[in-house]
Design a protein around this ligand. Structure first.
Ligand code: FEC
Length: 313
């Protein structure tokens, strides 16, 4: 009997198509409320600082989806077909599910290109995909998180070790502080018993244990520009404290992200780096995962594990 194909909806944040598209993108993030002229200028300026014709997140998401498809083809030939679904840009999550239906596929797995679960991040991707799948009669299961997958931890451990080995000898007896970071969220997630913070701490602890680095701290970054309180401390404040404590070097490990994109290329490489210069400390960041084979394996194995549940109900 021919096995039925399984759709894999690979979901990611999405980025504008071009600088002209920034306003529409920002309006989507703000749930239909257009940004003020000042907010729009602020975001456009940040994109202009990192974009050399191509928006990096678009290129990286395309490459990650292709990389996952290749890995799945190697492990289970002709079984899985990957589709892209973005949160804030085309093709939207709903477009991806629609495409699965148009191709006559009845069963699908959803996975987000973000390892940690929050009801405000992965949870919101899953909700949208689930609603569309129900409407179109597709049976879908989801990978909720993969923040402790051994291959993800191995890839991040290697990256932290590589930068630490370059940085530490240059510092002599001056200490190096490792700062793990992730996108902040509104503080109200704490009232919801959200697992996001705990999962990020678990990833940080696993890497610290593997690298045997004791001098580390977790901190937040890229908080939204809204009036409600966001989880802190922010990395820029943490850097000030670290410098006051006499550290001469910071190793930045943004473990909540998997690609080169605005929150890394601007918030860390431009903004945090400028802060480090002002504070007189060196600042080096680990390379992002992008299409690291260990990350592609993490995604493929997580998809296959969840797809075993498809026939069970
Ligand atoms: O490179 C790019 O073009 C996109 C980079 C990008 C990534 C990303 C990931 C996450 N976000 C998360 C939460 C929020 C919440 C709000 C929010 C707002 C923005 C804005 C931009 C933006 N985010 Fe984002 N995020 C990226 C970019 N994000 C631009 C709007 C301007 C600004 O505040 O800077 C607030 C929304 C609201 O006002 O309601 C909340 C989380 C992640 C990591 C998980 C994931 O990838 O989904 C959580 C990449």
């Amino acid at each position: 009997m021919v096995q039925q194909k399984i759709g894999v909806l690979v979901m990611s944040y999405g980025t504008p198509q071009s600088l002209d598209d920034v306003e529409a993108y920002y309006t989507h993030i703000r749930r239909g409320h257009a940004p003020t002229a000042e907010q729009l200028k602020d975001l456009t300026d940040r994109y202009e600082a990192i974009v050399g014709g191509v928006f990096p997140l678009r290129k990286n998401t395309d490459a990650q989806v292709a990389g996952l498809q290749n890995r799945l083809n190697e492990i289970a030939p002709d079984r899985y077909v990957c589709y892209q679904g973005l949160k804030h840009a085309a093709p939207l999550i709903e477009d991806g599910v629609e495409q699965i239906a148009q191709d006559g596929i009845k069963h699908a797995i959803g996975i987000v290109l973000a390892p940690h679960y929050s009801v405000m991040s992965v949870g919101s991707y899953v909700k949208r995909a689930q609603e569309k799948a129900a409407e179109l009669g597709i049976k879908m299961k989801f990978v909720q998180s993969y923040h402790l997958h051994p291959k993800l931890i191995e890839a991040l451990t290697d990256r932290v070790n590589n930068v630490y080995e370059q940085l530490a000898p240059l510092q002599g007896d001056k200490p190096v502080k490792v700062l793990f970071s992730a996108h902040s969220l509104p503080e109200k997630i704490r009232e919801l018993g959200d697992p996001y913070e705990h999962q990020l701490m678990q990833t940080s602890e696993a890497i610290a244990e593997n690298t045997e680095i004791e001098d580390w701290q977790f901190t937040w970054q890229s908080a939204g520009r809204t009036h409600e309180p966001w989880l802190g401390p922010d990395i820029l404040d943490t850097m000030e404290q670290v410098a006051q404590q006499g550290y001469k070097a910071i190793l930045s490990a943004p473990i909540g992200f998997v690609s080169d994109h605005l929150e890394v290329l601007y918030d860390l490489d431009i903004e945090a780096k400028a802060k480090a210069k002002q504070l007189g400390v060196s600042f080096e960041r680990i390379a992002m995962l992008n299409t690291d084979p260990l990350y592609m394996d993490t995604l493929a194995e997580s998809v296959i594990t969840v797809s075993a549940q498809l026939g069970k109900e």
